[in-house]
Write a protein that binds this ligand. Structure first.
Ligand code: GTS
Length: 208
């Protein structure tokens, strides 16, 4: 079967979680890297539903919006809960991750110099929410007893946040163990150690 195809810039950006999930689920991904110069020509942009990348192809199905991609892959690869209630709770968690990711992206692209200190100070308030969920669930996952796309998404964001603020998980034992356990999954570990993945910058403007 043809592998999935991802068209995106040469950054981890909004596709780190997707790549981690596909690696963990032993799925092949073909990548089309788009340079800034190519993007600025506008031809590709004009074909994108919302004028933005990433673009994901699964056979004839073309998807935009990174969270829709995660959901699609979650459905296909047993990472969207065991029933409708778990799926809805996973949605709640993923929306929570998206809220924090948007704050992070705003910091990185709009106010890195002026807002970093305040962001890091406020970060504990956000991390505490995920800490509480993990501590209560006790399975090592956000919802139920199997990994979901929201876990991969949170994991990816936490890796980025640790680069921004290396001590940010120090007072959150459940989050720390969550990151350690997912990092130790053999296929995730292999991806994180792979040069092609490691060399990708987190963000498009060099800030992290
Ligand atoms: N909500 C979208 C998603 O989740 O996929 C946001 C996508 C987005 O912001 N794409 C940016 C883009 O295409 C690139 S990145 O921020 O994901 O790195 N920017 C170029 C443009 O012309 O808007």
């Amino acid at each position: 079967m043809a592998p999935y195809t991802l068209t995106y810039f040469a950054v981890k950006g909004r596709c780190g979680a997707l790549k981690i999930m596909l690696a963990d689920k032993d799925q092949q991904l073909k990548e089309n890297l788009v340079t800034f110069e190519e993007w600025m020509k506008g031809d590709l942009k004009s074909t994108c539903v919302f004028g933005q990348l990433p673009k994901f192809e699964d056979g004839d199905l073309v998807l935009f919006q990174s969270n829709a991609m995660l959901r699609h892959l979650g459905r296909k690869h047993a990472a969207y809960g065991k029933n409708d209630c778990e799926a809805s709770l996973i949605d709640v968690m993923n929306d929570g991750v998206e809220d924090l990711r948007l704050k992070y992206i705003k910091l990185i692209y709009q106010e890195y110099e002026t807002g970093k200190e305040a962001f890091i100070k406020d970060l504990s308030n956000h991390l505490k929410c995920f800490e509480n969920v993990l501590a209560k669930n006790k399975t090592g996952f956000l919802v139920g007893d199997q990994i979901s796309f929201a876990d991969y998404n949170l994991f990816d964001l936490l890796l980025n946040l640790k680069v921004l603020s290396p001590s940010c998980l120090d007072s959150f034992p459940s989050l720390k163990s969550f990151v350690d356990k997912i990092s130790a999954r053999p296929k995730v570990k292999a991806l994180l150690e792979c040069e092609n993945f490691k060399k990708l910058p987190i963000n498009g403007n060099g800030k992290q």
